[in-house]
Design a protein around this ligand. Structure first.
Ligand SMILES: [Fe+2]
Ligand SMILES: [Fe+2]
Length: 196
């Protein structure tokens, strides 16, 4: 899976992609879980999730282009690959392994290897954190890619008390088909492929 992930990213030929891959290798992206409990909570889960989102997004791209050919210009394949594989890089360094306890079938507590979350290293959010990390590594991103990665969680991490955030997300949802695609692929991967 790691080889597939890296070769997909390299296939885009995007400026800065080698530095991003280098960072992800060193910082633990390929070993990280996708979440603490919700989906793919195991080593390598984040890699698996990112590839699932990419596979779904590429299929959705084809489907949407066949239904509405004029969206093709806003959905270049490279953008779909970049936004889907890198939308959750913000999770690279937030999980720490820890021993947890759960009840077994006899009602007795037993230890298992789980994860804790620590946001303290760079607490600037979720999608916006991914964008900042990528730009800092020298990656070139189009506006469509920035918007898609920034808002991929859509209303799930929207600060509802913020009038400006509401206006921003409305504009993003209405005018950025790559966002709609990544958001749908992220939800479909997490809720239809990875829920067990
Ligand atoms: Fe996410
Ligand atoms: Fe995700």
């Amino acid at each position: 899976m790691k080889d597939e992930f890296i070769s997909l990213l390299k296939s885009t030929g995007r400026t800065g992609i080698d530095a991003v891959i280098d960072y992800l290798c060193k910082a633990g992206f390929f070993e990280a879980p996708a979440s603490v409990q919700r989906h793919l909570s195991h080593d390598g889960g984040l890699l698996e999730h990112s590839l699932n989102v990419c596979r779904v997004a590429l299929k959705l791209r084809e489907a949407m282009i066949s239904l509405k050919p004029d969206v093709e210009s806003r959905l270049p394949e490279n953008s779909v690959i970049i936004a889907s594989l890198l939308h959750d890089v913000c999770k690279t360094n937030i999980y720490r392994k820890n021993t947890k306890y759960r009840k077994n079938e006899h009602g007795r507590w037993e230890p298992y290897e789980g994860y804790d979350v620590d946001y303290s290293r760079f607490p600037v959010g979720h999608g916006e954190k991914s964008v900042i990390m990528l730009l800092r590594l020298g990656m070139e991103l189009t506006n469509d890619e920035v918007v898609a990665i920034r808002w991929h969680m859509s209303a799930w991490n929207l600060a509802f008390q913020s009038y400006e955030d509401k206006c921003n997300i409305s504009a993003a949802v209405e005018g950025y088909p790559l966002l709609a695609l990544i958001q749908a692929a992220d939800g479909l991967a997490a809720n239809m492929i990875e829920n067990n």
